[in-house]
Design a protein around this ligand. Structure first.
Ligand code: HEC
Ligand code: HEC
Length: 264
């Protein structure tokens, strides 16, 4: 299916285009009302997301459903054997992640929550970040929150981590010395080498990206933005990513979860 789509260059916006952005526009704060990336897409890409038959993310969610119910290779318990029917037990869960994790006393995102559950199954093989299995299970759990407003975990123990996420969002990075905020707060709605700069909300992940011709997590998306400004991205699962995700989630609330979304 994916191979029938037109090929695109690996990066839609070059570092040079990002550098020239600095000279072209003035700084400002995040505009209200909040706009999902969906709102800024072409009609045909919106139609692809809306129609479950056309949306390639639904294939991943379907694969996730099969994994949910299957006994893992090590012979341990299925997700369903502990959690039952996901359409009931996982309803609304993705809308409030990252959440506070009692075991590590830190925020944990949905992917790492799933990885931790998987790791407790005797003999189950690891589910690495961006693996097909983990993305599929995250898409399936996320689907159970589709349409639910993003609802940050109010646990006060998360506040210092959220503040760190905000500081990371506002810190200039990379050879271009641009912060996330410089694009997604100050210049949202503007254009960068033909691509519209969205407000940068996390409400669709994991999602199918036309440029990737495949599924990816929010961290994969953030890595793209980091390398776009010639910054070194932390490894998948790094605390910096989870703290950024935590801030992005509170910044996005109450936009509805769109998982599995489609993006250009
Ligand atoms: C030079 C401008 C620029 C910077 C800096 C930048 N981004 Fe982006 N970002 C974009 C553009 C443009 C897109 C839209 C996708 C595309 O065309 O590449 C995007 C997409 C996103 C999305 C996906 C939104 C959706 O609807 O799926 C998120 C989330 C995001 N950025 C977060 C961040 C974070 C966090 C940082 C800082 C680590 C960051 N971005 C830095 C330009 C930027
Ligand atoms: C042996 C029982 C067991 C299995 C098997 C299991 N889990 Fe869990 N899961 C739990 C428990 C218990 C929690 C509550 C948090 C904790 O104790 O860590 C949890 C929490 C979760 C949460 C967070 C729920 C919330 O409300 O915050 C998600 C998502 C989740 N599990 C997904 C999965 C997935 C996906 C699988 C299969 C790969 C799975 N779990 C397998 C026991 C299990």
């Amino acid at each position: 299916m994916a191979s029938s789509r037109p090929k695109r260059s690996t990066s839609r916006w070059s570092s040079a285009a990002a550098a020239s952005l600095l000279a072209l526009t003035t700084l400002g704060a995040l505009a209200e009302p909040k706009r999902s990336g969906f709102d800024d897409m072409s009609a045909s890409t919106q139609a692809m997301q809306r129609d479950d038959v056309q949306n390639p993310g639904m294939l991943a969610a379907g694969q996730g459903e099969a994994l949910w119910n299957a006994q893992p290779p090590g012979g341990g318990q299925s997700c369903a054997s502990c959690h039952g029917d996901a359409t009931a037990s996982m309803k609304g869960v993705a809308a409030r992640y990252p959440a506070f994790d009692e075991a590590t006393r830190r925020p944990i995102d949905l992917q790492d929550r799933i990885r931790a559950c998987n790791a407790r199954r005797p003999g189950a093989p690891d589910m690495p970040h961006e693996s097909e299995e983990l993305v599929a299970l995250s898409a399936y759990v996320g689907l159970q929150s589709r349409g639910t407003p993003t609802a940050p975990d109010p646990d006060p123990r998360l506040a210092p981590f959220r503040a760190r996420g905000q500081a990371l969002f506002e810190r200039p990075i990379g050879q271009l010395n641009l912060s996330c905020a410089a694009c997604h707060d100050a210049r949202a709605g503007g254009r960068l080498a033909g691509a519209l700069i969205p407000q940068g909300h996390p409400n669709g992940y994991p999602l199918y990206r036309l440029e990737w011709q495949g599924m990816g997590s929010l961290q994969r998306r953030l890595r793209n933005c980091m390398t776009g400004v010639r910054a070194e991205a932390p490894p998948f699962g790094a605390p910096d990513f989870v703290e950024l995700e935590l801030y992005l989630q509170s910044r996005a609330a109450p936009l509805a979860v769109e998982t599995p979304a489609v993006r250009p």
